[in-house]
Every structure is written in structure tokens, then in C-alpha cells.
Design a protein around this ligand. Structure first.
Ligand code: ADE
Length: 234
């Protein structure tokens, strides 16, 4: 599953530039016994299988570079991942991500091996791999020099708790749909104010939870005030 992910896009570029390294480890390589069994039936009876604690502990202890390395268990029970968590993870020289499968992972992994448990959203995936790739992609963007301009990462959606503003490119008119004229006004202050207002309006409409979490700043309140032109129309 990781092959395609690592052979394209941002991750490939970051790896090629030596900014990021992704190492995928097979739990089976850390399992004991002839059958290298990584899972077993759940105590108390239930359907499905549970990842055994021993191979997970052995794998993490073998790949972890220092005691300060965050060890993240990916599971729907974790705290919900967002841009802030990504930014925080990106500050560490190494992070270890544990991908669960089957019905779950022996709870002792969450209790005393993982330093963090992260969910990428309120749905259940069949395994933690996709979640790990989401975390790697979003976290790599905060590693200096991975994304062209550091400023563009900071301006992006969610870092500031606001959705992104609309983007346009040529042509100026497509199937009767026009690019807002302010964007070719050359007035950078005006463009910036328009973008911030559009971003804010979209956030209010689609993600009122983000507005509720931070409240509107006095500057944002000003941005939302009708322009003299809009006042005339009312
Ligand atoms: N594993 C299964 N579902 C998951 C989710 N929503 N987030 C992280 N890991 C998971």
C-alpha cells in the first residue's frame, strides 16, 4: 500500500531532497515462532483477531531512535487529527506510526507503548495504513522546505482554523463563469482583503464549528461589513 504513496507527489520529492525518510516495517519480521504469528483470538470471546502485543513492542523498540520519539497508534479511538497535530508532529526528528488491522490491537500497546493515539476521522477503516499515509502527507508539509513557500503552508486551510479562499486561473471567462474582477485589479491589499473575506464567508457557511472554536476577531468583523457598494444596493 505504501509503494504508490512513496513513489509520487510530495513524499517522493521530499525523500529525494533528503528532507523526509519513510521506512515501512513488516510486523511479521518481529513475530516469534515458526509461524511468525502477529494476531490471535480475543480474550473474552469475540469475532475476528487482535494484534498481539509482543511483535508490536518488538517492532517499535527496534525502530525507535530515542525515548523522545512519538509513538502514534492509529485507531478510530484516538484524538482527531488536524493541521495543528501535523505541525506538532513535524517538529520531531522521527515519528513511529503503528497501523492496526483486523479487529484491533492488544490494549497494552495503547496503554504503555504508544505515546499518542490518533484517528483521522469518525469512520472505521479496515486498517491503519491509509490513516498513516494521511498523517505522513499532512505532517511532511510542515517540514521546512518540503512545500515551496513556508508561508503557503501557514496560509493554508485549517492552520489558521479557516477554510481556504477560492482560486482562479486563465481564462477570465469560462462557459459564462467570470473570474472576480478584483483579482486582476493589481491592488494587492484589496485582493488580500477579498480573499480573507471569501475564506471567512465560506467558513461561516460550511464550518460554523471552526468559527465557534475561535470566535471572530475584530479584524474579521470589519472584513464582513458590507462595502459602500453593497450598502447602496440594500
Ligand atoms: N484505523 C481504522 N480506522 C481508523 C481511523 N479512522 N483513523 C485512524 N486509524 C484508523
Amino acid at each position: 500500500m505504501f509503494e504508490g504513496f512513496c513513489s509520487g507527489g510530495i513524499v517522493k520529492r521530499a525523500v529525494a531532497k533528503g528532507l523526509v525518510e519513510v521506512a515501512v516495517h513488516n510486523l511479521r519480521d518481529f513475530a516469534a515462532g515458526k509461524h511468525r504469528q502477529v494476531d490471535d483470538r480475543p480474550y473474552g470471546g469475540d469475532e475476528g483477531m487482535v494484534f498481539k502485543a509482543e511483535p508490536v513492542f518488538a517492532a517499535v523498540e527496534s525502530v525507535r531512535a530515542s525515548a523522545g520519539t512519538p509513538v502514534v497508534l492509529l485507531s478510530p479511538q484516538g484524538r482527531v487529527f488536524d493541521g495543528r497535530v501535523a505541525e506538532e508532529l513535524a517538529r520531531h526528528p522521527q515519528i513511529v506510526l503503528i497501523c492496526g488491522r483486523y479487529e484491533g490491537v492488544d490494549e497494552r500497546v495503547a496503554e504503555s507503548l504508544a505515546t499518542d493515539e490518533i484517528s483521522i476521522g469518525d469512520y472505521v477503516l479496515t486498517g491503519g495504513e491509509l490513516a498513516a499515509m494521511v498523517v505522513i502527507d499532512a505532517t511532511a508539509r510542515f517540514v521546512p522546505e518540503v512545500v515551496g513557500k513556508a508561508a503557503s503552508v501557514r496560509h493554508d486551510s485549517f492552520v489558521a482554523g479557516r477554510l481556504d479562499y477560492p482560486h482562479y486561473t486563465r481564462p477570465r471567462e469560462f462557459r459564462g463563469m467570470k473570474v472576480p474582477p478584483v483579482l486582476f485589479s493589481g491592488d494587492h491589499a484589496k485582493i488580500e482583503a477579498w480573499r480573507r473575506r471569501k475564506a471567512l464567508e465560506k467558513t461561516i457557511r460550511r464550518r460554523p464549528d471552526l468559527i465557534a472554536a475561535s470566535g471572530l476577531s475584530p479584524e474579521e468583523r470589519t472584513l464582513l461589513e458590507p462595502t459602500p457598494n453593497e450598502r447602496k444596493k440594500r
